[in-house]
Write a protein that binds this ligand. Structure first.
Ligand SMILES: Nc1nc2c(c(=O)[nH]1)N[C@H]1C(S)=C(S)[C@@H](COP(=O)(O)OP(=O)(O)OC[C@H]3O[C@@H](n4cnc5c(=O)[nH]c(N)nc54)[C@H](O)[C@@H]3O)O[C@H]1N2
Ligand SMILES: Nc1nc2c(c(=O)[nH]1)N[C@H]1C(S)=C(S)[C@@H](COP(=O)(O)OP(=O)(O)OC[C@H]3O[C@@H](n4cnc5c(=O)[nH]c(N)nc54)[C@H](O)[C@@H]3O)O[C@H]1N2
Ligand SMILES: [Mo]
Length: 760
């Protein structure tokens, strides 16, 4: 339960004693004895398990404690001693559970048994696994294959994911949306066009050679805290870090290493950002255009040999440069300042530092991808890097910080709605079936399908789809009309409580748990955000004896649904995951050749990244400059309509996506509540709203749909005028389904048009 709210500015650094205290608290709450916490020593280590929290890179030479506060919270959340028992389900109807908070649902602990929703009693009742698989298979055999959706949240292993996409395709569709569709799909669309790879180009080890870092829209202290070590080391070497973020995030300001006894004892802290630019939400495109203009001007002013641009690189490797210069020249500083919210002087200061450094890495996250012009902003960042040859150079490159621990890997092994990205010909040969060739549904399209009543079944491999998506209110209503919903999950969440006319809960093992199969204990594999594959071996006893592994569940679903096919050895694969990896290697020989051999090394192995060698797998065979035609964040909405604020939805320091660990957003000084809207002083004054007032947030996207989130606490905060901030997922009812990035359809969760009014 939320405690009494208490909001005051947090004075400490990220890490430090606050972090240590927060961790101890969570271990106690999850009833994990401190001895049990020794499992943390195996986190992100060779022979150990890959953290279930974020996807940040795992070092070749790990530290003794290769985990962070939030990674440890992720571990504690999975290895909790709390159990969601049959008695619990017998006691509560689903109608009752609908009123429960995300926190209270997951706090019941790990799910233990397969369950089926019973309409008569409105309860989940236990079923045997055999009954569950037979029941689901019977439904699926009766549906039109195109009407079924196979969603994946980015946590499941490469092995489970590969089997899942094969199941969907053998069933007859490419309806394989992924959490990536709400996340870094903007990256996967932007970068293939500019540099010919869908992922980042920087290796962890290289950061020691970087001499300038750009940080755009990524909250490192909360969402990838292990990276603070690299940032701290960079700062010790005097590397400038230029940050662009509407909020002054504590992790981007200062850090005390909680694993350094000396730093903890002396309370010493490292200043992280050397420049902090608090721009408007969606202002990155304009700010980056401004920086490019400064570089072009500096270059014109410099004489030949001292060229600010890497002219040789551009001549040899790039296309579209001449058009790019024309486009940049056409933008005016007045427009750049108005859209970015930054002054020409600030943008020039950032550009000058950038221009003076040899090897620059640009990091970014949801602050870039979750905007209507998210794809263009990423391409503009790529343009800026190309101007000085910062791709395919040691210590330089583009570094999207991915979300879920295996979200990148799921795409690599074929979880994609885009048939051209999966080796369909190869898989047809391997498994003797006709793969569907029609483009499948992504997240937004799957939601549209549900709203239109065109979807028969929604299968989820992990995640909490119904809670994570836009337009929550309308979606929940439509969701109840689905003929079948199936959740393969570890804890109860809203996506299990809001269900279709037939519904199953299939509880699975987590990655930290020992996965015993016929040939012995298995390990699984994942890909981190730098394109490195790692093995992950379970360490603790499973939460319950009746849990199955994700590969086993997918295999059984496939067997009970598909006609027999002796080319797919579902059972043998589950007995020995090495055989799944062999099949993966056959489908994707360029990436996974010798998979089983190469994964044995302690540091894992890397996927090929041609852009690192300056080989450009683009249509032109070159690295492409892509010129934006407009600076505006939102092509459909005039940006400054009277009374409208741009709502940014963010994560707290006490959550993992829709999993709310607690109500302590220590780093933002918000305690005991998540029902807040952070506002600028002038915006509050204009609306006669005082700090602490009860307010309603009303969606105002210019369409006729009524969207609102009521009873929030207005909170004075340092946010740019014209914008406000609330938490994801509480604010998702305000996000229109159509309000998404052009090209990638990532919901624009960082720029939701709203009004804030006093609650009546
Ligand atoms: N502990 C923890 N770790 C996580 C997660 C978690 O929930 N908890 N989630 C995981 C997942 S799936 C993901 S995708 C990542 C998410 O990690 P992030 O990419 O950091 O995502 P957000 O928390 O949404 O924060 C985005 C940041 O962008 C800023 N921002 C908002 N709008 C703009 C803008 O227009 N421009 C710029 N420059 N900045 C902006 C916000 O102020 C915030 O600091 O983290 C992963 N790791
Ligand atoms: N407004 C707004 N909306 C957003 C975002 C935002 O910033 N703002 N961010 C978006 C982003 S980046 C993402 S990635 C999505 C997240 O969307 P999802 O990935 O769908 O949601 P999660 O909250 O990560 O899913 C949590 C659930 O996963 C299940 N789970 C946990 N571990 C395992 C496991 O090992 N196996 C299985 N099978 N299940 C497991 C648990 O039951 C848990 O309740 O949300 C998106 N929605
Ligand atoms: Mo994500």
């Amino acid at each position: 339960m939320a405690a009494d709210p208490n909001i005051e500015e947090y004075q400490g650094p990220v890490g430090g004693w606050g972090s240590a205290r927060s961790l101890t608290k969570i271990l106690l709450r999850e009833h994990i004895p401190l001895k049990g916490a020794s499992v943390l020593l195996h986190q992100n280590k060779p022979g150990g398990f890959a953290c279930v929290s974020c996807s940040y890179a795992k070092p070749t030479h790990p530290r003794t404690f290769e985990f962070c506060e939030n990674g440890a919270k992720g571990t504690a959340w999975e290895i909790t001693r709390k159990r969601c028992t049959l008695e619990f389900f017998a006691e509560h109807t689903l109608t009752e559970l609908e009123s429960w908070s995300d926190y209270d649902l997951e706090e019941q602990g790990r799910l233990l048994d397969p369950m089926r929703w019973d309409a008569g009693s409105d309860r989940y009742v236990p079923v045997t696994w055999a009954e569950a698989f037979a029941g689901i298979g019977e439904h699926l055999r009766g549906f039109a294959p195109k009407s079924v959706v196979f969603y994946a949240s980015g946590r499941a292993s490469l092995e489970a994911s590969y089997m899942y996409q094969l199941f969907a395709r053998m069933y007859g569709n490419n309806n394989l949306p992924d959490s990536s569709n709400m996340c870094h799909e903007s990256t996967s669309v932007a970068l293939p066009e500019t540099i010919g790879v869908p992922v980042g180009t920087v290796k962890l080890e290289e950061l020691a050679h970087t001499d300038c870092m750009l940080f755009l829209g990524q909250n490192v202290g909360v969402n990838s805290p292990r990276m603070l070590h690299e940032l701290q080391e960079a700062r010790r070497r005097g590397v400038p870090i230029l940050t662009f973020n509407p909020l002054r995030e504590r992790g981007l300001e200062r850090f005390t290493n909680p694993q350094s006894p000396v730093e903890m004892a002396t309370l010493s802290e490292t200043q992280i950002s050397t420049q902090y630019h608090q721009l408007n939400p969606g202002g990155d495109l304009a700010a980056l255009v401004g920086m490019a203009k400064v570089l072009l001007d500096l270059d014109r002013a410099s004489a030949g040999a001292n060229s600010v641009l890497d002219r040789d690189f551009i001549a040899e490797h790039c296309a579209g440069f001449a058009e790019f210069v024309v486009a940049m020249d056409a933008f005016t500083w007045d427009d750049i300042e108005a859209c970015s919210g930054l002054s020409r002087g600030d943008i020039t200061a950032a550009a000058e530092v950038y221009a003076s450094c040899n090897a620059v890495v640009a990091f970014y996250g949801m602050g870039l991808t979750q905007h209507r012009s998210g794809v263009l902003a990423i391409q503009m960042l790529s343009n800026l890097l190309l101007l000085r040859g910062n791709i395919g150079k040691l210590g330089a490159g583009i570094f999207p910080v991915r979300g879920h621990s295996n979200v990148q890997g799921q795409r690599t092994v074929g979880i994609t709605e885009k048939p051209e990205l999966a080796p369909l010909d190869e898989m047809e040969k391997q498994f003797g079936f006709a793969a569907p060739r029609e483009v499948g549904l992504n997240t937004v399209e799957a939601c549209e399908g549900v709203l239109a009543g065109e979807i028969s079944a929604f299968i989820s491999l992990g995640g909490n789809f119904v809670r994570a998506i836009p337009e929550t209110d309308a979606m929940e209503t439509a969701w109840r009309e689905l003929p079948l919903t199936v959740q393969i999950i570890t804890k109860l969440n809203r996506g299990a409580v809001i269900h279709g006319k037939a519904a199953y809960l299939l509880p699975c093992l987590g990655r930290i748990e020992v996965d015993a199969q016929a040939t012995g204990d298995q390990f699984v594999t994942i890909e981190d955000t730098t394109g490195r594959f790692h093995a992950s071996r379970g360490q603790v006893e499973p939460a319950g004896a009746n849990l199955l592994s994700e590969p086993r569940i997918v295999a059984e679903l496939a067997k009970s649904t598909l006609p027999p096919n002796d080319k797919v050895q579902w059972d043998r694969w589950c007995d020995d995951y090495g055989l799944i990896r062999e099949a993966i290697a056959q489908s994707f020989p360029k990436v996974f050749e010798d998979f089983n051999e190469r994964i044995k090394g302690p540091a894992g192995f890397d996927r090929p990244l041609p852009a690192r060698q300056r080989i450009w797998k683009t249509k032109t065979g070159k690295a492409n400059f892509v010129s934006p035609s407009s600076l505006s964040e939102d092509p459909d909405l005039p940006c400054c309509r009277e009374g409208i604020l741009t709502l940014i939805t963010v994560r707290s320091n006490d959550q993992f996506n829709t999993t709310v660990y607690g109500y302590e957003d220590r780093l933002r000084g918000i305690h005991g509540t998540r029902k807040v809207v952070l506002m600028n002083k002038a915006d509050m004054a204009e609306r006669s709203i005082a700090d602490g007032d009860a307010v309603d947030i009303i969606g105002d996207a210019g369409d006729a749909v009524e969207r609102h989130v009521l009873g929030m606490r207005a909170t004075l905060y340092d946010v740019p005028k014209g914008s406000c901030v609330g938490y994801f997922p509480e604010c998702n009812p305000l996000l229109p389904l159509w309000h998404h990035a052009k090209g990638s359809k990532v919901p624009a969760a960082k720029s939701i048009p709203v009004r804030v009014v006093s609650a009546v």
